[in-house]
Structures are given as C-alpha cells and as structure tokens.
Ligand binder design. Structure first.
Ligand code: FES
Length: 236
C-alpha cells in the first residue's frame, strides 16, 4: 500500500488514465486517411477536391509541412503526447521526469519545417487555379457555392502560409539591424505586416484545415447527389 502511494506521488494519476485524446486522434486519422485513399474523388460538377488537386504529387511534402507547423505542434505535443507539457500547468505530466523530447528523435523532422515552407508556397497557385477553372462549368461562366468555398480555401491557405513563423524569419526576423541593412525601412515594414499576420497564425492554421476538410465533405455530398450546388451568379 505504501509503495502504491509512493508510485502515485511520482507518477501523476492523470497519466495512469487512458489517453483518450491520443486514441481518438489515431482513430480519426485512420478513418480520414482510409476514406481519402479508398474513396478518392475525381472532378465533381467542375470542382477539383483540394485534397486531389495537382498538388497530389507533393501531398507527402505538403502533409509534412502541415504536420510540422508550430500551431499543430503545440497541440499534439501538449494534448496528444502530453509531453512536453506547459510549465504553467500544476500537473506537468511526466515532463519533470523526462528530458525535453520536442525536435528530437523522430521529431527531428520538425526542424525541416523551414524547408517544407517552400513546398507550401509552390503549391499555393494551384488552389487559385482550381477556383478559376471551377468558374467555367458546362461552357457557362457561373459563380457557384463550391467556387466560393474553393476561393475561401485558397485565401485561408495563403493567410496560413504568409503568417508562418519560418516566413517571419525570412521577412526580417533574421535581420539584427534594419538601419544598417539594405532597404532596411521597407524590410522593417514588411516584417511588421507579417508580424501582424503571425499573431493570428494558429487561427489561420485551424480554419484552413477545417475548410479543406469541409470542402472534401461538400464534394462527397455533391457526388452522392445531394442538391448542395447553389448557383449564385450565372453569365451566358
Ligand atoms: Fe505554421 Fe509555418 S509555423 S505553417
């Protein structure tokens, strides 16, 4: 009994409970990836699913770019792996007993985020292209709900990438002295604008993820015959 109490003092009881967040996440991931792979979507009513856009060629890199984003890293380390936990929490999980594990071992890949960002920038135009071609459907120029969603997706992904921490470094974070640097004033101004976006990075990260999933579901609904394709504007 005494030994059991000692054990509970060293290992917080929270850690002995099943990590339902991690297991729910794994279940959702398997379900989501399974659906994407087993039931791929082609073109539906002139819309291309962002998951299967020409970007499909670089999906692994785009996926790693998203996976290594600081906004998600904070959450999966804290809430899924429970390590490292925030120092402000009274229960620090096993952080007091384990060394810092972020960006080590398998997580070393997180250090490559600054390079994955170039892949993110490279695929950005494809999202706008998919929006543009969705405007011409059946030889008619029309603005439909799906096109609006594709545009929203492209804009949110643009905001998400523009506000990236690696972009912040490129935009001016690495400059020690703007007064001494070439075009210092302009670079400082660019850095300030990027910093404004950067303050909302987490919001853009989650919104862009939810919208891209929402579009995939929307297109699956359309292909199942649901009357969801609202016509907003039609020009002959
Ligand atoms: Fe989130 Fe770079 S930190 S995309």
């Amino acid at each position: 009994m005494k030994n059991e109490n000692l054990f509970l003092q060293i290992v917080p009881s929270e850690l002995l409970e099943p990590n339902w967040r991690l297991w729910s996440f794994i279940a959702l991931l398997i379900l989501g990836m399974g659906t994407l792979l087993m039931f791929p979507m082609g073109k539906v009513n002139g819309y291309i699913d962002p998951f299967y856009a020409p970007t499909v060629l670089v999906v692994p890199i785009a996926g790693l770019f998203r996976l290594t984003c600081y906004a998600y890293r904070k959450d999966y380390h804290k809430h899924l792996f429970r390590h490292p936990n925030s120092c402000t929490l009274s229960i620090r999980g096993d952080s007091t007993m384990r060394g810092y594990s972020g960006e080590t071992k398998l997580f070393r890949i997180e250090n490559l985020h600054r390079y994955f960002v170039y892949a993110g920038i490279a695929i950005l135009p494809f999202f706008y292209y998919d929006f543009m071609i969705s405007l011409m459907y059946g030889g008619i120029f029309s603005l439909r709900l799906g096109s609006v969603l594709l545009l929203l997706n492209a804009v949110l992904i643009t905001l998400w990438i523009s506000s990236c921490h690696a972009i912040r470094h490129l935009a001016g974070g690495r400059t020690d002295c703007y007064g001494c640097a070439f075009a210092g004033r302009q670079r400082k101004s660019l850095f300030n604008k990027q910093s404004f976006l950067n303050a909302h990075h987490e919001l853009f990260a989650w919104l862009s993820l939810l919208v891209i999933i929402g579009i995939d579901l929307y297109l699956r609904g359309l292909s199942a015959g649901l009357p969801l394709d609202l016509n907003i504007l039609k020009l002959l």
